[in-house]
Every structure is written in structure tokens, then in C-alpha cells.
Write a protein that binds this ligand. Sequence first.
Ligand code: SAH
Ligand code: SF4
Length: 453
Amino acid sequence: MRKEAKTNMSLTTQTVSTPNVAIKKPKIHVVSFGCQMSFADSAEMAQSFLNKGWASGESLENADAVVISTCTVRQHAEDRAMSFIGRLRVWKKQKPNRLLVVAGCAAQRLGNKIKERFPHVDLVIGAKSIESFSKIIEDVLSEKFDLVEENASDFPQTATSSQGAACDFVTIMRGCNYSCSYCIVPSVRGRERYRPVETILEETEAKIAAGVKEITLLGQTVNSYQAEYQGKTVKFPELLKILNQVPGLKRLRFMSPHPHYVNKEMIAAFKNYPAVCEYLHLPVQSGSNQILKLMRRNYTRELFMDKVRMLRSEIPNLVLSTDIIVGFPTETEADFDETLSLIKEFRPAWIYSFKYSPRPQTASFIESPDDVPPSVKEDRLARLNDLAREIGRQSLQRKVGETVEVLEESENFGRTRDGFKVKWKGGEKSIGELHLVKIVEASDFLLIGEKTK
Ligand code: SAH
Ligand code: SF4
């Protein structure tokens, strides 16, 4: 459970490290703010540079170009990205020929205002243009840099940020056709576009070949995916079926599904396709029907709980987590109590909780004043987190004594199939290996164990 500063998709600053291919080539360094989608986008943008004969730069210091993948889902996320861009003024001044590209959701929202505020920025490329990123940077790169052409075609065309990693993401769709009243995503990312099954398969296979064992499929409402493949329409559960057959893929996850598309076929995929892990992040946002209506989520609390019950009765060992927003305009203490009671009924293993942040041009921003005072939002967030932590602790405690399968992501650290984080003693570092670990202890968010095999 994290506070507003983090998103459900871990709002951390992440650096994509790409394979180091040559010394004399110009170097690209990518920094990503925001969700896993932003992180996956940055891997794709880095790959565009590598495809043009660039090498990866491990730090800002040795980079000739920096791409910043920004987030705007909450004001705080945007502020962090802007302050980082501001700090790069010195970096650019040191070598004025360096290239600074600002991309992603905040770039889409703010457009050229970014250049006005930060004249050291060379290019602003919004999230809607991610598919044409490679084309857009072409001219600038050929004007500014002498490129080594010879190897360009040796580079894989799919993102391979995963070199050496156990887990990676594959974006299967972009944009969103919903219009949740608080959410800026549809306006900065546009309507849904689905990647072809062939491309998804190709990227998955390339990542597996690079050593990845676990793939998380990404999309804003990932389970609304559909595309034409071999003469018929492939919906999300069938995509899971196809990917389940990829040799070497040990674990398959996806986020974030929308409750509307949780149906029998999707649930059956957990049972029928062994790679699909028993974990689901299913955002609910609020427990109050009145607030859900104002949020335009298109379900009631009862409908949401019906889906949860259906999931749990079919897959008894399924672990669920969720997102909650507190302090949405007009949220009363009674509404908030409904959210607390939903959490008690739903019992997610963990939650990602956020204070409502008004986003320009969204329906709730236009129609309703941000009338829940900051201190009330803060207080509700703390009470919600206390309750969720207490419930989560019980799920973790239940694991003590069990022997679980863990995929090693970093030295002596990994996750279970059902999404719990595990640290263990013993054994050599072996990233990408599956281990059996006996759980001996549980803290608030972490299981501690001993390797048995
Ligand atoms: N597409 C995903 C969510 C993407 S945004 C889904 O529908 O589940 C990730 C999370 O950020 C959301 O689930 C929501 O909890 C939170 N969020 C989005 N807009 C917000 C806002 N304006 N203020 C606070 N939290 C917000
Ligand atoms: Fe935003 Fe709602 Fe779309 Fe999720 S489903 S991205 S919250 S509009």
C-alpha cells in the first residue's frame, strides 16, 4: 500500500538500461516518471535510438541525449517530472549539443508550454505520438549527430530493455475508451488502439529469448483488448491462450483490467492457461455508489463485489489488490465509510491509495469544485491505509509455513505467483531462476523465507 506519491504502477523514477553496444556511438539515457505504461514507453523510445545506431548511456553524465517519459495522472507526478527537467538546465549547458526530449503524458498535456518554461528542452513529444516517436526524432538526430550507420539493422525492432531481467512488460493496447470523470488519461493518450497479436507475440518472444521469464501485459483497460488475427477476432482471453503457448514463458500477468470486462472467459483463463498467475489488480476507486456514479465508473459496488465473488469462487487461491481514491468532490464521511466497509468486505491483499487530484479538462474538474479539504483527504487516506494494512497483514501471515515458488528478480528477492514480495536467505544469486522458498516470517509488505531448492 502506497501513498499518493506512488501510483499503482509504482510511481518511481526508473532508468531504462539498454544493452551497451559500442563505445563511439552517441549515447541515449531514458528516465521515466509514472506508471508501468510510462516505463514501457521509455523502453520503446530507447529502442528507437538503438535502432538508429546509438548506444545506451548508463547515466545522465555520459549521455548525448536524454528522453524523459513524463506522467500527469496526478499533479504531484507532473510536478516531479517538471522539477527534474528544470534540473537538467546545467546538464545541457555543460554540452549544448546534447539533446533533451520530453515525452509522455505531461508532454501531451502541456505541449510547447514546456519549451517556453524550459528553453533548454529541444523536443516535446506527447503520449499520443509514441507510435511515431522513431520517425519524429529521425530528422533531429541526423541534423545533430554523426551516426554510425553500419549496424543499424542488427538491432532488434522490439524493445529489449529487459536484457538480464527476469520480468518485463509488453504493451498490448494504448489509450482508453472510458471517461472516468477524474481521469486525464483519455485526453492525453487518446482512444483505444490495439497492437496486433503478431507484434505482441514477436515482442514477447524477443524478451523471452533475452532471458525474461515473466511478462506483464499492459493497457489502461487491458482486458478490453481485441484484434483481428488469422482471420478472426481475438479477444483478451484468447490472447492469454496464445501467449500461454510461448515456450519459455513461465509467468503471465496483466494490468489494469476493468471490472466491466471481467467475464467467464477471462476467469477461465486463470484455470486453463498455466502461465497466467493467480493475482489480479482490480481497481474499484470507491465503495460509495453515489461517488462511483459521479466518477462515471459504470458499475455499482454490488456489481463490483459480484465480480470479486465470481473470481474467488472459480479461483480460490486468487490474490486481489485494488486502487482507491479518497476525497473525490462531495465525498462525505458517510461515503468514505462505505469505502471502508467495501474494503472489509472485499479484503484485498493490498491497495494503492490516492488523494483526489483535480486534473485540468476532466469532467470532475470542470463540474465540481475540489471541496474536500486537504487535511480531510490526508486523514481519510491514513485511516484507509491503516485498515488495508491490517487486512493485508492477515493475507501475508497466512503464507507463513508455506513453501512458495519465487522468481528471483534481484539478488535473494522475488515474487510469488500470487504477487507477494519475498526475501530469502541462502543460495547464489541467480536472477531469472524459479526457487522454492519456505516462508518463516511476514512483515507488513514482505515475506521472509529460506530457500529449500
Ligand atoms: N486505467 C487504470 C488506471 C490508470 S490511472 C484503471 O482504470 O484502472 C491509475 C490510478 O490512478 C487509478 O486507478 C486511480 O486510482 C488513480 N487516479 C487517476 N486519476 C486520479 C486523480 N485525478 N486523482 C487521484 N487519483 C487518480
Ligand atoms: Fe482513466 Fe478510467 Fe480509463 Fe482507467 S478506465 S484510464 S481511470 S478513464
